[in-house]
Design a binder for this molecule. Sequence first.
Ligand code: NAP
Length: 252
Amino acid sequence: MRILVTGSTGQLGSALLKQLKGLDYKVKITSRRKPEGVDFKWVYSDLLSGDGLEEAVKDVDVIIHAATSPVNKSKDIEVIGFERFLSKLHHIKLFIYPSIVGIEEIPFKYYRLKYKAEELLKDSSLPYTIARATQFHSFVDNLLLSKPLFGRYIIPGRIKFQSVDVNEFARHLIDLVNKGPQGKLDDFCGPDIMTLREMAELKIKITNETNNVLSIPFSGKLYNSLIEGKNTNPMQKKGIISYEEYLRNKLN
Ligand SMILES: NC(=O)c1ccc[n+]([C@@H]2O[C@H](COP(=O)([O-])OP(=O)(O)OC[C@H]3O[C@@H](n4cnc5c(N)ncnc54)[C@H](OP(=O)(O)O)[C@@H]3O)[C@@H](O)[C@H]2O)c1
């Protein structure tokens, strides 16, 4: 089986490459920057311009599409570039699209674009599997808990996350390769639903920080949807590695 991993330098892409190493697949990878220390065949491609896409998708059976651009030219890449990408894939046996839990209910531009991409994929004639996950532990950490200001994490403490370990999600995606097209799967979520305040307090405790937490209320539909936990799914606690364990592993 010949697999192409797009977004090979990203969080998910790197986790996929680590686990594909040593497995019995012929792996090709693509991104704009070349990842370091990787033996797989790398092909430059850009979803924005379309450069290199034909070369990237040549001679592959399965694509795990981990390329994404949440902020920069997101519509051009997530939707317009994505549709052009799909139009080049008539030969493939399976397209695996990692997506995000609750995107149709969370009023956030990037999530709307991901939902549109899911719809494009469903409407295409391609054999696909859509695998939605909750936010990765590292994502919550990098986005909201990496920048204490004057000894405080100033955060919207009531919003909730059910973060999941990126390596567990990568394993889940690799397990899908031989299963053929599954349509849209059940969500893949982390083991605990926590408020951001609880996550910040846990981080302070585990990493022995002197910071404290200042929780401030935000207003608006996005904030409310995250307070309501639209990005979580208590019925699908599939990941085992908790945020606490992720933090402890990071320390070692
Ligand atoms: N992060 C999360 O918490 C989370 C949770 C659930 C699902 N997901 C989904 O998982 C997937 C991967 O997310 P991630 O967090 O791993 O993303 P990421 O770390 O931001 O990585 C994005 C990848 O896309 C590549 N890329 C960016 N712009 C590109 C372009 N114009 N053309 C080609 N490649 C481009 C980047 O490489 P270059 O810059 O080198 O091109 C990079 O390898 C996404 O579909 C995301 O929605 C993420």
